[in-house]
Design a protein around this ligand. Structure first.
Ligand code: FMN
Length: 142
């Protein structure tokens, strides 16, 4: 059974490229064997990540991620059983929010900035869908 989990978190320290890189290296190393796909979005101080895969695998990975000291305030925005993957093209795609067209961010929020902590999980997922559609996702590790 497939599930999709979307969460947001605050980076523990201002995000350096090396921190994002180290996370993506871990994802590329671990996710394929677990059948996990998804997208990691980030900017200077936040993460928003979609994890898709089997329920056990997604929950086990999420348990690990929650305990990771590189971020805090982990908040589940949405969790659902799904008939098919939507983010299946990426072992873990990456999106630097700073590089996303501001008008896209404005479409789903009051200001042209991503604040998943105050908007609905549905709106965040819709934005991620658009990021795929507009090819904003950097493919990685597949
Ligand atoms: C925001 C964030 C996203 C992460 N995403 C993943 C992921 O998709 N896959 C993964 O294996 N680890 C991910 N991690 C890292 C895990 O918390 C953990 O450090 C890692 O899985 C340990 O892997 P290792 O045992 O191979 O060192 C993420 C960490 C953070 C802070």
């Amino acid at each position: 059974m497939l599930v999709r989990l979307l969460y947001a978190s605050r980076a523990a320290a201002t995000l350096e490229a090396s921190i994002v890189e180290s996370i993506l290296v871990q994802a590329a190393r671990n996710n394929p064997a677990q059948g996990i796909t998804g997208i990691l979005c980030y900017n200077v101080d936040l993460f928003i990540q979609v994890l898709e895969g089997g329920r056990d695998e997604v929950c086990e990975l999420f348990n690990k991620i929650v305990r990771d000291e590189r971020h805090t305030q982990v908040r589940i925005l949405s969790y659902e059983e799904i008939p098919e993957r939507r983010f299946g093209g990426w072992t873990m795609g990456q999106v630097n929010i700073a590089k996303v067209n501001p008008s896209l961010l404005l479409k789903y929020a009051e200001k042209a900035e991503l604040n998943p902590f105050i908007c609905s999980g549905k709106a965040s997922l819709a934005l991620l869908d658009e990021l795929i559609a507009t090819a904003s996702v950097v493919k990685r590790g597949v």
